[in-house]
Write a protein that binds this ligand. Structure first.
Ligand SMILES: C[S@@+](CC[C@H](N)C(=O)[O-])C[C@H]1O[C@@H](n2cnc3c(N)ncnc32)[C@H](O)[C@@H]1O
Length: 586
């Protein structure tokens, strides 16, 4: 883009046609105040438009809703960290995370960090893979799991002893977790015109439990000292503050809701709500006791601010140090909503007795609400959580037991509704499956394998020992069979002769090690060879060790592609900036 382009734009569309977002670090994000039509139709902007298109294609520019870029910033990503993006498709935040890990590396070196980007839906994983391809990164794994049951890949004790010597990971643990959960999406009302017809104030109720479950899994996978960002593009408190309160309740002193008022000070945000009502079928309720008995198993106690949760054992946050910690930013960044009844002296709980019993005991004002009319954009809810100690398993199990009773009732109800074809619009089949799955887990005895979305491949698929690498000398645990139906296994590429030729033809220096860094997918007969970072390799090895718990949809960067021409195998270098050579003859 030339200064002439900029001059023409500001001349025609005003000086704010293109301006940096004040809150984005390093002036790296800009707001373009032009519609797509203006950009396409105006001949004076042609070269600028071409510039945007080209830079987007090669991954230098990403066009994105401004507010959607906020959650990754609050992760405060540092060099070398392992990051889990639990609900990642279509991948705009994943891309941002990848940019961060590539920025934080030492010049000339590949980053040591890792991003695992996960999504439940296979088709959306494809979009995620497509959208992140522009990054050409060796440090990404795309996985396809229900986030609420994302595997931990814990090694059995005997294996972990062996691994200790090698400083390899013994289970999946993340320094940062992004939990950008599925939600009712009412924060996008300005641009999603369809939503105006579909929206109702009770839409969020259907997401609440799933959101809690996903976020609790996120906390479980977070390292002690690590940070998790919980976010939605909804303004519904049942999907937001109620979820955060339930996380604090369940996790007790193991986590804290961080006050991040000192971070990104230019970003205009409002504090989280302390009181709200819950809507169900047109009626508003202040407490769970007010809910009719027939709906008590659908409208859960945890949806209410006053909830002492499903069980009463949490007293942790009632004693938080309100006055000393009440350092919420002053001036423009602290627009207390009238309805919020926020009171610094009582930590967000109104001094009136009636409200006190209805307000949350947690410092929910530390959550952030970004609303469209504050800075002309979309709406987002963000909460930042730090893990202080490992989760107390007993506490989590206690909550689950009671909750499963609720779920059991709820699932029976759902099944009845299904039979009568009156399942609500938002409760799709997947959701029903989710509920049924939880129920079957709770009952333990009646496992219905038909309900498990991703089935294990039948045992007759032998895992190729030759391609599986040199770990066969270990126990027979490593002689595993490929686990995931419909997904090709990831195999280390070990053909020494081919690797040797590749190294000499492309003049690859010794410092750029290929050992253990080339992988392929079995069914393509090593047609495509992918390069992976050391961090990805370690996770891959761990995954092999634990019997392929992770369902890997994609990983690393495609570096060599073979094309058979007249019986000769030609390897093209598919990695854009790799020594400028493009073909290799075997
Ligand atoms: C709000 S979108 C995520 C947007 C994404 N973080 C981004 O910035 O591009 C929510 C995503 O969650 C996925 N999803 C829904 N239920 C899920 C579950 N149980 N586990 C994992 N992902 C889920 C949906 O397929 C959807 O892609």
């Amino acid at each position: 883009m030339t200064s002439g382009d900029l001059w023409r734009m500001s001349d025609e569309y005003g000086e704010y046609a293109l301006s940096p977002l004040p809150w984005y670090p390093g002036n790296l994000a800009w707001h373009l105040n032009l519609s797509r039509k203006q950009l396409r139709k105006n001949p004076a902007l042609e070269s600028f438009h071409e510039f945007l298109k080209h830079e987007s294609e090669v991954g230098n520019i990403t066009r994105q809703e401004a507010v959607s870029m906020v959650p990754p910033l609050f992760l405060n990503v540092q060099a070398g960290q392992h990051i889990l993006d639990m609900c990642a498709a279509p991948g705009s935040k994943t891309f941002q995370l990848l940019e961060m890990i590539h920025q934080s590396k030492e010049p000339g070196l590949l980053p040591t960090a890792l991003v695992i980007a996960n999504d439940l839906k296979v088709q959306r994983c494809d979009v995620l893979i497509h959208n992140t391809k522009r990054m050409c990164t060796a440090n990404l794994i795309v996985t396809n799991h229900e986030a609420q049951s994302f595997p931990s890949c814990s090694l059995a004790k005997d294996d972990s002893e062996t691994y200790k010597d090698h400083c390899k990971p013994q289970r999946l643990e993340f320094d940062r977790v992004l939990c950008d959960v599925p939600c009712s999406g009412d924060g996008t009302l300005r641009k999603s015109h369809d939503l105006w017809r579909k929206w109702s104030s009770s839409m969020g109720n259907e997401f609440h439990l799933l959101q809690v479950d996903i976020a609790m899994r996120g906390i479980a996978l977070l390292k002690v000292g690590g940070r998790m960002v919980y976010s939605t593009c909804s303004m519904n408190p049942v999907e937001n503050e109620a979820v955060v309160a339930e996380l604090l309740r369940r996790s007790g002193s193991s986590v804290e809701l961080l006050d991040v008022s000192g971070e990104l000070r230019e970003l205009v945000r409002r504090p989280g709500l302390n009181t709200w009502k819950v809507n169900d079928r047109g009626s508003w309720f202040q407490t769970h006791e007010d809910v009719p008995d027939s709906r008590k198993n659908v409208i859960l106690p945890s949806m209410f601010p006053s909830s002492t949760s499903i069980h009463e054992s949490h007293t942790v946050y009632s004693s938080f140090a309100v006055n000393s910690e009440c350092n919420v930013p002053l001036s423009r960044n602290f627009n207390i909503e009238d309805t919020n009844n926020f009171n610094c002296d009582t930590g967000g709980i109104s001094s009136s007795n009636s409200t006190q019993s209805l307000g949350s005991k947690f410092p929910l004002y530390r959550c952030m609400r970004i609303v469209p009319h504050d800075q002309d954009g979309g709406a987002f809810f963000i909460a930042v959580i730090r893990k202080l100690s490992p989760l107390n398993e007993n506490q989590v199990i206690k909550v689950r037991k009671t909750e499963n009773l609720l779920l059991k009732n709820r699932t029976v109800k759902l099944q009845e509704q299904c039979q009568h074809r009156i399942v609500s619009e938002v409760l799709d089949d997947n959701k029903l499956l989710d509920e049924q799955k939880k129920l079957s887990l709770a009952n333990q005895t009646s496992k219905d394998h038909n309900l498990i979305e991703v089935q294990m491949a039948s045992d007759d698929v032998e895992y190729s020992q030759t391609e599986s690498g040199d770990r066969s000398h270990r126990t027979n645990k490593l002689d595993y069979r490929h686990r995931w139906k419909g997904i090709d296994p990831v195999l280390f590429f070990k053909d020494e002769a081919v690797i040797k030729n590749i190294v000499s033809f492309f003049g690859i220096e010794e410092s750029f090690s290929l050992e253990g860094r080339l992988v392929t997918r079995s069914t393509d007969n090593a047609r495509r060879i992918y390069y992976i970072s050391k961090s990805v390799r370690d996770i891959l090895e761990l995954n092999v060790q634990v019997g392929e718990q992770i369902k890997i949809a994609s990983l690393g960067v495609k570096m060599f592609v073979s094309v058979p021409i007249r019986q000769i195998l030609i390897y093209f270098n598919d990695y854009m900036h790799f020594h400028g050579k493009s073909a290799y003859f075997l």
